[in-house]
Design a protein around this ligand. Structure first.
Ligand code: NAG
Ligand code: NAG
Ligand code: NAG
Length: 515
C-alpha cells in the first residue's frame, strides 16, 4: 500500500496530469463526404428553408449540418400500403407543416414500379428529407436484393433523389431478425457506401442496441456499428423487461443510448424507430408485467424526450435527432400519432432544434450529465466551456493522451472539472485500479485546498460519482475525514453494510422489439 505516495506533496497539480496513465483515446470519424453546410434556415431541410425552383447543380452547401438537427426531426412512415402519389404529397406536407418535421424515415416496403420516384416527388414538394429503407422483412427471404437494386438505380437516375435522400438504411432490424450475419451485412454496407458515394448518401443499419450488443455480441455485431455512417437506433423502452410507465423510462433509454455512444466514435445518432404504444396487439406485447400501454403513456414518452432535450442535444456527433414512430395507427397499431380515423390521439408539438433553450446554470448541467452517466455529454459540455477560455493566449494547454488536452486556468474548479470528466470517461468500475486511484488522488488534492470542492454538498456529489464510476463504496459516515474514509474503502478497509450500488448500464434492458 502506498498511502504515503498518495498524500505526497510532490504530487503537484501538473504531476497528477502526467501521472494519469491515460489509455489511447478513440479517434473521431469524420465523414469526408459531408459537403459544406450553410447555417439554418439556409440549408435543406431546415425549418424556414425555401426550396429552389430548379434542381441545384451540386450538393455544396445543400444539406444542413447534422449538428443543427437534434430533438424532434420527423416521423417513421410505413409504406407497405403503397400510398398513391397524391396521398404521399398530402401526408408529407402535413408532416412538414403541421408538425414542423424535417425528415421522413421510411419503414416497410412497397414494390410498385416507380414508387421511390413518387417519394422523391412528395419529399421535394414538401421540403422534407428522407431516410430511405431497404426492407429485409422478418423471415430471411431474399427480396431485399431486388429492392436494393431498384432503390439504387432510382437514386442514380432521378436527378432530385440525392437532394432529398438523407440516408439509406438497411432495415428494419436485420440483425434482430437474423436475416444476414454481421459479416455479410458489413459487406453489404460497404458495397452500398461505394455505390452511393458519388451521390454523397450515407448508409446505416436500423436496429436495436440489443441486436448489436447482446444477440450478435460474439459474431461481430459491434463491428457493424463501425462500418455504418450514421447510427439509426431503435429505442422502444416499452419492450424492456424493466418497463413500467413512460415517465419512468429514461434509464432504459439512456442505457441503450450510452451503448450507442460508446460505439459511435462520434457519428451522428438518430432515434429512427422510437416511441411508446397506446395499446398492445399481436406484434406489440410487453416483456414486463408492469408495462402500461395507453394514450397517456404514448404522450408522456414524447414529453419525456422533450424534457431531456438538453441531454440529447449534448450527445457527440451533433446531438440526437429523434423520429416519432409512427405517423398513423393505420401503419402500426397503437404507435400512431394519428388514430385509424385520422384524428390526433393527443396534442403533439415536440421541440425542434430551433426552439431549444437551456436556462439552467452550467455547473448544474455538468453534474447532471455525470450523474446520469452521460459522460460524453459532460465531455462535450466541458470542451465547449473551456474552448471559450482557450482564446486567452496565455492559458497553457496540456496534452493528455493522444488527443485530449486540459486547459489549465486560474480557476481550481475548472481545472478539476476537466480532469474529473477525463478520469470518469476512463473508469471501468473497480476494474481499472489505476483510474480509481487517480480519481481519489484528484479529489484529495483539490479538496485539501478547501474552497467549494471541499464543501459538504460537493463532497457528497463526488462520493456519489466515486461510487457510480469507480465502484468506491460511499463513506460510512460524513465524519471529519471523508477523504480518508474513501481511501480506506479503496484499499480494502472494512466496509459496513452498503446500499446496493447504482449501475451505469442496467443489464438486460434489451428485449424483443417491433418487427
Ligand atoms: C449501383 O447499384 C446498382 C444496382 O445494383 C447498379 O445497377 C449500378 O451499376 C451501381 N452503380 C455504381 C456506380 O456502383
Ligand atoms: C407523467 O408525468 C406528467 C408530468 O409530470 C404527468 O402529467 C402525468 O400524469 C404522468 N403520467 C403518469 C401515467 O403518471
Ligand atoms: C490550475 O492549474 C495551473 C497549472 O498547474 C496551476 O498553476 C493553478 O494553480 C491551477 N489553479 C488552481 C486554482 O488550482
Amino acid at each position: 500500500m502506498k498511502l504515503a505516495a498518495v498524500f505526497s506533496p510532490a504530487l503537484a497539480f501538473a504531476g497528477i496530469v502526467l501521472a494519469h496513465p491515460l489509455e489511447p483515446t478513440r479517434t473521431l470519424q469524420v465523414d469526408t463526404r459531408a459537403p459544406a453546410a450553410n447555417a439554418p434556415p439556409n440549408c435543406f431541410p431546415a425549418l424556414g428553408f425555401t426550396m429552389p425552383s430548379a434542381v441545384p447543380s451540386s450538393l455544396t452547401n445543400w444539406w444542413c449540418s447534422p449538428s443543427t438537427e437534434y430533438a424532434f426531426v420527423g416521423f417513421s412512415y410505413e409504406v407497405t400500403e403503397c400510398q398513391s402519389l397524391t396521398k404521399l404529397r398530402t401526408e408529407f406536407l402535413d408532416i412538414r407543416q403541421r408538425f414542423k418535421s424535417r425528415y421522413v424515415r421510411l419503414y416497410g416496403f412497397c414494390d410498385r414500379t416507380g414508387f421511390y420516384n413518387d417519394i422523391v416527388d412528395a419529399a421535394w414538394r414538401a421540403g422534407v428529407g428522407v431516410q430511405a429503407l431497404i426492407w429485409f422483412g422478418f423471415d430471411g427471404t431474399d427480396e431485399w436484393i431486388g429492392r436494393r437494386d431498384t432503390l439504387f438505380a432510382t437514386l442514380h437516375s432521378n436527378p432530385k433523389a440525392k437532394f432529398v435522400t438523407r440516408a439509406v438504411q438497411f432495415g428494419s432490424e436485420p440483425l434482430f431478425d437474423w436475416v444476414l450475419n454481421p459479416r455479410d451485412l458489413i459487406t453489404q454496407v460497404n458495397a452500398a457506401k461505394k455505390n452511393l458515394s458519388s451521390l454523397q448518401i450515407p448508409v446505416t443499419v436500423s436496429d436495436l442496441a440489443y441486436s448489436f450488443k447482446d444477440l450478435h455480441a460474439s459474431d461481430g455485431g459491434p463491428d457493424v456499428l463501425k462500418a455504418i455512417d450514421y447510427i439509426d437506433a431503435h429505442i422502444l423502452p416499452f419492450f424492456s423487461t424493466k418497463a413500467s410507465i413512460a415517465n419512468n423510462s429514461w434509464p432504459i433509454v439512456l442505457s441503450d443510448l450510452n451503448y450507442f455512444i460508446s460505439q459511435a466514435e462520434g457519428k451522428k445518432i438518430w432515434f429512427s424507430q422510437n416511441g411508446w404504444p397506446s395499446k398492445t396487439s399481436s406484434g406489440v406485447q410487453p416483456n414486463s408485467p408492469s408495462a402500461v400501454a395507453n394514450v397517456q403513456n404514448e404522450q408522456d414518452y414524447y414529453k419525456l424526450l422533450d424534457k431531456r432535450c438538453a441531454d440529447l442535444k449534448a450527445v457527440a456527433g451533433g446531438g440526437v435527432g429523434w423520429f416519432a414512430h409512427i405517423y398513423s395507427d393505420n401503419q402500426e397499431p397503437g404507435y400512431g400519432i394519428y388514430s385509424t380515423a385520422g384524428s390526433l390521439k393527443f396534442p403533439f408539438a415536440p421541440k425542434t432544434s430551433t426552439a431549444v433553450t437551456i436556462s439552467r446554470s452550467p455547473t448544474d448541467d455538468l453534474a447532471r450529465y455525470l450523474q446520469n452517466g452521460n459522460i460524453l455529454a459532460a465531455r462535450t459540455f466541458i470542451l465547449h466551456f473551456t474552448s471559450a477560455l482557450s482564446k486567452d493566449s496565455d492559458v497553457p494547454h496540456v496534452p493528455v493522451g493522444s488527443e485530449d488536452e486540459v486547459i489549465l486556468t486560474k480557476d481550481a474548479v475548472v481545472n478539476f472539472s476537466q480532469l474529473a470528466v477525463l478520469t470518469c470517461q476512463r473508469a471501468q468500475g473497480d476494474k481499472n485500479k489505476v483510474m480509481r486511484e487517480s480519481w481519489v488522488r484528484l479529489c484529495g488534492t483539490y479538496q485539501s485546498r478547501g474552497g467549494i470542492l471541499a464543501s459538504p454538498e460537493v463532497r457528497a456529489a463526488l462520493n456519489e460519482l466515486a461510487n457510480l464510476y469507480f465502484a468506491i463504496p460511499p463513506p460510512r459516515s460524513q465524519a471529519a475525514n471523508p477523504f480518508g474514509d474513501m481511501l480506506s474503502s479503496l484499499f480494502g478497509g472494512p466496509a459496513a453494510a452498503q446500499p446496493t450500488r447504482r449501475m451505469l448500464s442496467p443489464a438486460g434492458a434489451g428485449a424483443p422489439g417491433l418487427d
